[in-house]
Design a binder for this molecule. Structure first.
Ligand code: HEM
Length: 415
């Protein structure tokens, strides 16, 4: 009997069924996306019971469409929407989400984003260049003579977590704890997390928040030249951030500041080694490097899916009707390989210059850390390939069984 395929498509009804745990899917989602683009780029995902969008233009437009939001409880109550009550065993996790920039809509979002934005604009971020370069070289010094290394833990993780901790003014010795709390929390973003995952994420949130409260108290006593002190002392319209807002924002920046970048570094190194492009060409100049990095972000993005709520009843152009409170899914990873936007999209072409990918989103929630992530990628990748010119894969790496964070289990390389 033939095995059930990872995807089945009923084109007439625009219904699609995808088994996200089928290795054929999670190892190479782009193959599935190609079928979706060919047959129905807007589709009702049977298992998820909601509409999803894969087309570049549509994803890009929906991310910017103010009729949709990441939050719904600012325009309707749980009772009106028939939403279940919050789960008591997720109290600490929900407390962090409640004031998270990523989960807010204007005006609360505007106020918080304005307060932290200044630290993340390109001009400010550019000053980190020498720090990131020094760090990348120091990490490579530590393993260069070994002739082999597991790159995710040693290099891809160390650079972003160290840099974001330094920016905020969190002691770098806390990095192992930060990584542990963050990994346990982001497991909540998979489809249908288990009860154990929820309990564990809640405990990690409680411990993370306790830790941040002690660091904030210390900064209040001894202000320093760092982002956390800036957040404590800044005012917008005569108002300061509350303790709960400070804790949420610091936790979000620390988590978002490394989770995606780690996998983007891993996916990029893997792609370059697998496709056999000469690194001397890819990183010949700053502009060649920038094009290479953008192609890595498009071709091997770490984050494939984000959701939005319909904030009112909405009729979309293609005959899709949504009720207030309905969720929709935006497939960033699929939009990046839309053949209507990119020529031969499933080919890694570092000379491609066909417009922006949507790996950092778009609109109101566009990634605040994009200039930082881009700088880290534009420095850490060329430095790695210049220092280890003979680098190659030790064996083909295993891709994680995770749709939300598309990345590798580990990345073993030799030289
Ligand atoms: C390659 C690395 C990264 C990728 C692919 C990425 C991707 C994204 C995407 C797609 C969003 C928008 C989510 C949505 O629209 O629902 C987002 C938001 C965000 N990202 Fe990133 N990100 C990366 C690195 C970073 C870094 C280094 C930081 C450090 C501060 C960061 C902080 C944030 C924050 C705070 C938000 C929420 C912004 C808001 O809601 O206004 N990200 N990111």
């Amino acid at each position: 009997m033939p095995l059930k395929p990872a995807i089945t498509i009923d084109r007439a009804d625009r219904r699609v069924s995808i088994d996200v745990h089928d290795p054929d899917f999670y190892r190479s989602p782009s193959t599935t996306y190609a079928e979706i683009h060919a047959q129905c780029p807007a589709f009702y995902w049977s298992e998820r019971e909601q509409w999803y969008f894969a087309g570049y233009d549509q994803v890009n437009a929906l991310l910017r469409d103010r009729r949709f939001g990441r939050q719904i409880l600012h325009v309707a109550t749980r009772e009106e929407l028939g939403m279940p009550a919050p789960k008591p065993h997720l109290k600490a996790f929900d407390a962090l989400e409640e004031h998270s920039l990523l989960e807010l809509e204007p005006p609360a979002h505007t106020r918080l984003r304005t307060l932290v934005n200044r630290a993340f604009v390109s001009r400010q971020i550019e000053q980190l260049r020498p720090d990131i370069e020094r760090l990348a070289h120091a990490v490579i010094d530590g393993f260069e003579r070994d002739g082999e290394v597991e790159l995710l833990k040693t290099y891809a993780e160390t650079i972003p977590v160290t840099i974001i901790a330094r920016m905020l003014g969190i002691p770098v010795e806390a990095a192992p704890d930060l990584l542990d709390w963050s990994h346990r929390m982001v497991r909540m973003y998979v489809f249908n997390p288990s009860h154990e995952t929820e309990l564990d994420a809640n405990q990690a949130s409680a411990d993370f928040a306790d830790y941040l409260r002690t660091v904030i108290a210390e900064k209040r006593r001894n202000p320093a030249d760092d982002l956390l002190t800036h957040m404590i002392t800044s005012e917008k319209d005569g108002e300061r951030l509350s303790e709960a807002e400070l804790v949420s924002t610091a936790a979000l920046l620390l988590n978002a500041g490394h989770e995606a970048t780690v996998h983007q570094i891993g996916n990029a190194v893997h792609t370059i080694l697998q496709t056999g492009h000469a690194s001397a060409d890819l990183f010949a100049t700053e502009s060649a490097t920038a094009l290479t990095i953008e192609e890595c972000l498009r071709f091997a993005a770490p984050l494939h899916i984000f959701q939005r709520y319909a904030l009112s009843d909405i009729e979309l152009d293609d005959g899709i009707s949504l009720r207030k409170g309905d969720k929709i899914g935006l497939l960033l990873g699929a939009a990046n390989v839309d053949p209507r936007k990119f020529i031969d999209p499933n080919r890694f072409n570092p000379k491609r210059d066909e417009g922006a990918n949507v790996s950092f989103g778009a609109g109101l929630h566009f990634c605040i850390g994009a200039p930082l992530a881009r700088l880290e990628l534009n420095l850490s990748l060329p430095i790695l390939f210049q220092r280890l010119p003979g680098m190659r894969l030790k064996h083909e790496p295993e891709v994680r069984d995770s749709f939300h964070f598309h990345g590798l289990e580990r990345l073993d390389v030799v030289w």
